[in-house]
Design a protein around this ligand. Structure first.
Ligand SMILES: Cc1ncc(COP(=O)(O)O)c(C=O)c1O
Length: 458
């Protein structure tokens, strides 16, 4: 990576005040929230690193686009702008808008999975796996082993392990595979990218076995940036060229536009398969809205269309990923255990090494999120045993190898001084880590339990 500073390619035009509530109030707030950061009121949060989803700051060009919303039930011009942007940037001619990413996942899973079929993925994502299972499918993990090791320095830990794919085909038969779900910048692995070479190999495998690839392209731009920076032969290529080349290996994609695409709400399904498109636009009317709005206002679609061009600007994506790297490097140099290499959308604290005195049954990542909030008002998200849920057949907890706290950096929102405050809080906590105690779960929802589960000190 180049070593010169790259400043944010924008200046701040509007500000939203934030405040740190007193320590006593934070202690009360997290207890009232059942030690679950999803249940805090955002007003009680100082620096909000819960998620990079829907938390981006839009540009003046996007805000101007909101005023050009064509709020028609059918055939809004903003839909056509969105369709054009998706085709030009991702290369898929057919687009079905949805209210957010999981709307597109729902439609894809229902249309493409027959009960009993398998969906190999380069690690699970919470909502993606839930929709696969609701459609009667079974998720199979085919990511490299290195992805489950927070200390492995592999530059492309999002890669698919072809030997694992071969094993699935050998043992269960390729015809039992509904499709391959390939994620870009794999969220649960710590925002780790997949390489172009691996994509090429996976796509040859898929063609040979007559299996379709459907991307979760939610963080494809951050992935394209890592390919540009790390993979031989891509240094001189633009983000748009790399993204198009990545997507050329798939039949389609689902996207939560709340991430890469720099908007606060929205998603879409895009494909080059006309038959799939016809079926998807037949189904979207049942769950989301007419196929030319999919649960979104015209102005929302305009903001996504504009964000879709902006997300590919070199200066923007470089400064975005480098800000995450800045936070990660501050923690790493203080000896705080984090997932390496530093990911695209956040820094992931390794709770197993941070709190070695807590077994996974005491929910160390959840406890660390709560402790971080108490310390400074910084909000983070658990990505460990709580997020992994229970095995649908045995009913037992899934115990993932990765027990992580995600410090997710919203796009274009915070400065590096905010990152310093976050780093100082994590470092202070690490220095008194043995004082952090575990939790017990006292309320457990059936689906996606991490959102609404409640805990008490164990
Ligand atoms: C990788 C990935 N896929 C899918 C989703 C689901 O998107 P949404 O939250 O817009 O429904 C998310 C975000 O939560 C995500 O990170």
């Amino acid at each position: 990576m180049a070593t010169r500073t790259i400043a944010e390619p924008y200046k701040i035009k509007m500000v939203e005040p934030i405040r740190q509530i007193p320590a006593e109030a934070r202690k009360r707030a997290i207890a009232e929230a059942g030690y679950n950061t999803f249940l805090l009121r955002s007003e009680d949060v100082y620096i909000d690193l819960l998620t990079d989803s829907g938390t981006s700051a839009m540009s003046d060009w996007q805000w101007a686009g909101l005023m050009l919303g064509d709020e028609a039930y059918a055939g809004s011009r903003n839909f056509y702008n969105l369709q054009k942007a998706v085709e030009e940037v991702y290369g898929f001619p057919y687009t079905v808008p949805t209210h957010q990413g999981r709307g597109a996942e729902h439609i894809t899973s229902q249309l493409r999975i027959r009960p009993g079929q398998l969906v190999p993925m380069n690690m699970y994502f919470t909502t993606t796996r839930e929709h696969v299972e609701l459609a009667g499918g079974q998720y199979v993990d085919v990511i490299l082993d290195e992805a489950h090791d927070p200390t492995s320095q592999h530059p492309f830990k999002g890669n698919v392990d072809l030997a694992k794919l071969d094993q699935v085909a050998r043992e269960r038969g390729a015809e039992t595979i509904a499709y391959l779900s390939v994620a870009t910048c794999v969220n649960m692995a710590g925002g780790q990218p997949i390489s172009m070479q691996n994509l090429q190999e996976v796509s040859e495998w898929a063609r040979g076995h007559q299996v379709a690839i459907i991307f979760d392209a939610t963080r494809a731009v951050e992935n394209a940036y890592f390919i540009q920076q790390r993979e031989a032969g891509f240094a001189g290529k633009s983000i748009r060229e790399i993204l198009r080349q990545m997507m050329s290996h798939g039949e389609g994609c689902t996207v939560s536009a709340k991430k890469d695409n720099l908007v606060n709400i929205g998603g879409f399904l895009a494909t080059r398969n006309e038959d799939f498109f016809e079926k998807a636009r037949g189904m979207v009317v049942v769950f989301e809205g007419l196929h030319t709005y999919g649960g979104l206002a015209g102005r929302d679609m305009e903001a996504i269309a504009r964000g879709t061009y902006e997300m590919c600007e070199q200066e923007y994506i470089a400064s975005r990923v480098r800000q995450v790297e800045y936070l990660g490097n501050r923690l790493r140099s203080a000896g705080v255990p984090i997932v390496v290499p530093i990911g695209g959308h956040g820094v992931f604290l390794d709770a197993k090494r941070f709190l070695p005195h807590l077994s996974q049954d005491l929910f160390p990542a959840q406890a660390l999120c709560a402790a971080l909030y108490e310390d400074s008002g910084v909000r983070s998200m658990e990505r460990g045993v709580v997020s992994a849920g229970r095995d649908k057949t045995t009913g037992k907890h899934n115990y993932p190898k990765l027990e992580l706290v995600r410090l997710t950096v919203p796009r274009r929102v915070y400065t590096n001084l905010h990152m310093d405050v976050v780093a100082e809080s994590c470092i202070a906590l690490y220095q008194q880590r043995e004082q952090v105690s575990g939790l017990k779960m006292v309320h457990e929802p059936e689906h996606l339990r991490f959102f609404q589960a409640r805990f008490e000190p164990a």
